[in-house]
Write a protein that binds this ligand. Sequence first.
Ligand code: NAD
Length: 248
Amino acid sequence: MNLLENKIALITGASRGIGRATALMLAKEGADVIFTDFREDDNSKSLEAEITAMGRRCRFFAADASNTEVTMGIADAVQKEFGRLDILINNAGITRDNLLLRMSEADWDLVMNCNLKSVFNYCKAFTPIMLKQRSGSIINISSIVGINGNAGQCNYSSTKAGIIGFTRSLAKEVGSRSIRVNAIAPGFIETPMTQQLGEAALNEWLKAIPMRRPGQADDIARTVVYLASELSTYITGQVLRCDGGLSL
Ligand code: NAD
């Protein structure tokens, strides 16, 4: 028996990286998958095709997750087409790294909107559906950088710390309706986002990881499935570190 049979899941920013691996694993475990990303491209098309080929329903929305109005429209469309939402994963995120002295206001605002406002948007748009159902699992992708900080990432780490506060607050608001809200704090995961850092940075990170390997997108996808499934029915408001021990 699959862990997510007959569940409906939505994940933001899923055309590549952690989001893509998670969307595929959700489908493998039996869920129908709705996913978003900035635009329709070969990545989004191939993901849609892969999920459909697994016999699951799949729906893609080209949408900037930081746009509130567009998000509300997606919630209406999902309500009409699927009638419910069991799992919401706020995964969309970007980096615009720089030391604070060189960080522009535009890069601060962009990262805030993509990484944190997007979580507000999707939770606000979809919790009414979950409240009516009296069930649901919301999973927000934070980062260990939101716990420990990182030079050059004042904007990014603020959003990831903000996601943790948001997760705990919403967990308290909706727990009585059997809606669970948790965060995952990935460590260093090999994706297009971290590829841009280069070989030297990868080796520096590796020295600090007790498990002596970078994380893979599937490591995070498995953690999402755990928090989305019946395996974690009494866990809410938690931040699950998935980092090979990096933050120890
Ligand atoms: P990635 O850049 O490979 O993929 C992110 C995807 O999200 C891209 O397809 C991008 O287009 C999409 N996206 C970004 N902003 C969006 C928006 N506003 N609207 C719609 N789509 C948007 O990155 P990844 O490494 O897969 O990261 C996924 C999540 O995991 C992010 O929230 C990231 O901050 C977090 N994370 C990653 C790592 C890591 O080491 N890779 C570590 C900790 C946390």
